[in-house]
Design a protein around this ligand. Structure first.
Ligand SMILES: C[S@@+](CC[C@H](N)C(=O)[O-])C[C@H]1O[C@@H](n2cnc3c(N)ncnc32)[C@H](O)[C@@H]1O
Length: 313
C-alpha cells in the first residue's frame, strides 16, 4: 500500500508500473477512441499519402503510431498503404497476436523518421502533476493515496509555477490545474525524432479561453467514467492544455477530417435493394464517420500538427 504521493508518480505507477492498468488491459475494453474505427484509418491513410507526396515519395516512407493501444489504427493502415510504407507501432503493451507481420512493434519510437508520426490519445495519459490553490491562496501540488483520497502537498516548484502563470493561472482557493509540462516534453521528444514529415497528436483538451476550474483528472473503467483512483484498476487521464504545445496547426478533429474527406455520406436507400450487404456496410461507415466528426464528441478532439524538414548535417 502506498501512502500519499504526487499525482505524476501515482499515475506513472498505476498505469505503467508492474501490473499497471496498461500493462494488463486493452484500451478498447474500457473506452472507445477514434483510432479503433476503420473509417478513421481511411482518413489517416489519405493524410499519409499527402505527406508522402510532400516528401516527394521517398524510397522508404515511415508511418509510426505512438501509443498504439491494441494496434487497431496501424493494423487498418496496413490495408491502405503499399509496401514502401514502413509501419511501426510504439507501445508498452504486448504485440497483439493478429497484427499483420509487416508492422514492427516496439517500445520506443525509431531514432529517425521520414514520414508520418501519429499519436492518438497518448498525451492525456502522460502522467502529470495536479496543482491546487489552498485556502491561504498558495499553489501547492495535490497528493493522492491509493484509495483516491487527496490533500495539498508542497508548494509548486519554480518551473511548474512559471508554467501555471503562463498557461493555467489559479485564482480562487480550491481551483485545480493539471501541469502540462510532461506532455509538452513528450510531444517535443516525438517531434525531435522526425527528420522530415509530419507529427500529429490527437487528444481531448482545452485552450486558455476555457480551462476547467476543477481540472479534468478522471478514471475510466468498463466504458464508464469513474473516480481517478491510482490503484491500477482504471485508466487515469487528464485533458491536454493543447495551446501550450508548440505546433504549426491546432484544429478540431471535425475540421481536420473534413479536409480528409469525412463525414462519409449515407448510402442511398435504393442500394439496400440492389446490394443489401454493400448498403449495410455503407451505413456502418457513415454512422462511424458521424461519430468521428460529432462536434459534441470525438469531433471536438484537437489535432496538433507539426511539420518537420531538417537537413541531416
Ligand atoms: C488511451 S490509449 C490510446 C490507444 C490508441 N492510440 C487509441 O487511440 O485507441 C494510450 C496508449 O498509450 C500507451 N502509452 C502510454 N505511454 C507510452 C509510452 N511512453 N510509450 C509507448 N506507449 C505508451 C498506453 O500503453 C496505451 O495503450
Amino acid at each position: 500500500m502506498h501512502g500519499f504521493e504526487r499525482w505524476r508518480a501515482a499515475m506513472e505507477r498505476a498505469l505503467y508500473g508492474p501490473g499497471g492498468f496498461y500493462r494488463r488491459e486493452k484500451p478498447s475494453h474500457h473506452f472507445a477512441t477514434s483510432a479503433q474505427t476503420p473509417v478513421f484509418a481511411e482518413a489517416v491513410a489519405r493524410l499519409a499519402e499527402a505527406v508522402d507526396e510532400m516528401l516527394g515519395h521517398p524510397p522508404v516512407f515511415d508511418v509510426v503510431d505512438v501509443g498504439a493501444g491494441n494496434g487497431e489504427l496501424i493494423g487498418h493502415l496496413a490495408a491502405h498503404l503499399d509496401e514502401r510504407a514502413r509501419l511501426a507501432a510504439v507501445e508498452l503493451r504486448p504485440r497483439p497476436a493478429d497484427l499483420p507481420g509487416r508492422i514492427e512493434w516496439r517500445p520506443e519510437p525509431p531514432e529517425s523518421v521520414t514520414g508520418l508520426v501519429i499519436a492518438c490519445e497518448l498525451l492525456d495519459n502522460v502522467p502529470c502533476e495536479v496543482a491546487v490553490m489552498d485556502p491561504a491562496g498558495r499553489v501547492r501540488y495535490e497528493e493522492v493515496d491509493e484509495s483516491g483520497r487527496t490533500r495539498p502537498g508542497d508548494p509548486v516548484e519554480d518551473e511548474d509555477a512559471k508554467w501555471l502563470a503562463q498557461w493555467w493561472p489559479l485564482r480562487v482557493p480550491g481551483e485545480r490545474a493539471e501541469i502540462g509540462r510532461p506532455r509538452e516534453a513528450a510531444w517535443k521528444a516525438l517531434s525531435d525524432r522526425v527528420l522530415a514529415g509530419t507529427v500529429v497528436a490527437i487528444d481531448y483538451g482545452h485552450t486558455m479561453e476555457r480551462r476547467p476550474e476543477a481540472g479534468t483528472m478522471t478514471g475510466f473503467r468498463d466504458g464508464r467514467s469513474v473516480r481517478p483512483v491510482p490503484d491500477g484498476t482504471c485508466d487515469i487521464t487528464a485533458h491536454v492544455a493543447v495551446d501550450a504545445l508548440e505546433c504549426d496547426r491546432l484544429v478540431r478533429q471535425r475540421e481536420a477530417l473534413a479536409e480528409l474527406g469525412l463525414p462519409v455520406e449515407r448510402p442511398h436507400i435504393a442500394e439496400a435493394y440492389r446490394d443489401p450487404t454493400a448498403y449495410a456496410l455503407g451505413l456502418a461507415r457513415s454512422s462511424a464517420s458521424a461519430r468521428l466528426t460529432d462536434p459534441t464528441g470525438l469531433g471536438a478532439h484537437w489535432w496538433m500538427i507539426a511539420r518537420r524538414h531538417r537537413s541531416r548535417g
